[in-house]
Design a protein. Structure first.
Length: 337
């Protein structure tokens, strides 16, 4: 069975992994740029690209050492070709194609979202198509019908801000560190849903989602509460309750839309992937639903990583090419692959 080296550089994490068709995931290395971008409160594309340049070769070497493999034992190299930051994508694509050319190995360009979508296949308990996929991250909130691997139909999409973006931006309003989603979820653990926030489009007839109105509502709430305090500052208990209210609003929408997709299609298998799939409140709500089976990636592989790209590369091995004239696609609809 083939051994695939996977390279992920779509944004602010450099991920390299090796996947074997017979033995599964052999090695996984990751460098996060959170500390680098935290100073600016968001990803700085040029800094992201420069950091990928520094880290990618050492991570490849480390990955080969973990797997106890020589580079010549790799059968193909998969890399994220899009969507993502143009400069960051070019770093991974350049290294993948240059390395493949030197080793006389084929390359496999991978759609970043397909990597996330397939990441639950890294578990022992794997979903079998057809299934519904809820893909929730900083840039996407999508519901996708997966008829078979490689055959995708968009059922619902983000009209403006994605769920992960709403988590991060409302966390910033609360003064939490970047990226704020995980800090908001931690704060919400000790909070109560004392503030009723809107659930945008939760009752719409379609499966599309929108979270920009929720952000506006949170900002208004925070400003009003500050005005009521003599020191114009939010108390810790208030922050906890706001965080809990935000989390409940976002996850209610995601669950409602997912169940509606299941009802419309009659498919009882749901895959939840992307960075927001690590949210425990979302998982708890979905796990409580009857008559459906829900699949998630491993908790440590919900955010961007090389493992999902190596796995996706293995599923697309028949598309491997000895063609090193690569093109990255910062904008690339999943349904077009």
């Amino acid at each position: 069975m083939a051994i695939i080296l996977g390279i992920e550089t779509s944004c602010d994490e450099t991920g390299v992994a090796i996947y074997s068709g017979s033995r599964g995931l052999l090695a996984n290395t990751l460098h996060s740029q959170i500390d680098l971008h935290q100073l600016y409160g968001g990803v700085v594309p040029e800094l992201a690209s420069r950091d990928h340049i520094k880290k990618i070769i050492p991570l490849i070497k480390e990955c080969l050492n973990q797997a106890q493999l020589d580079k010549h034992q790799i059968d193909a190299i998969a890399y994220t070709a899009g969507p993502g930051l143009n400069g960051a994508l070019l770093i991974g694509a350049s290294v993948a194609n240059g390395m493949a050319f030197g080793l006389n190995k084929p390359t496999i360009p991978i759609h970043h979202l397909e990597g996330h979508l397939l990441s639950p296949l890294l578990n022992v308990d794997k979903p079998e198509p057809p299934f519904i996929a809820l893909l929730v991250s900083g840039g996407h909130s999508q519901l996708i019908l997966v008829s078979q691997i490689g055959e995708y139909t968009m059922l619902g999409d983000t009209l403006d801000d994605a769920a992960g973006e709403a988590f991060d931006k409302t966390a910033k309003m609360l003064g939490l560190p970047y990226p704020g989603g995980k800090y908001l979820a931690k704060l919400a653990l000790n909070g109560l849903e004392k503030y009723k926030l809107p659930r945008p489009m939760i009752h719409s007839n379609d499966l599309n989602m929108s979270f920009s109105g929720l952000k506006t509502a949170v900002l208004t709430l925070i400003n009003n509460l500050k005005q009521q305090e003599t020191d114009k500052q939010l108390k810790q208990e208030m922050k906890q309750n706001i965080a809990k209210s935000i989390e409940e609003a976002i996850t209610d929408v995601l669950v409602k839309k997912s169940l509606k997709a299941i009802e419309q299609t009659g498919i009882k298998r749901l895959v939840v992937s992307g960075g927001v799939s690590s949210n425990l409140s979302l998982r708890n709500k979905l796990n409580q639903q009857k008559n459906i089976t829900v699949f998630y990636p491993p908790l440590d592989l919900c955010t961007d990583n090389g493992s999902m790209i190596a796995l996706a590369g293995h599923t697309r091995l028949t598309y491997a090419k000895y063609d090193y004239n690569f093109t990255v696609m910062p904008r690339w609809p999943l349904t077009s692959i």
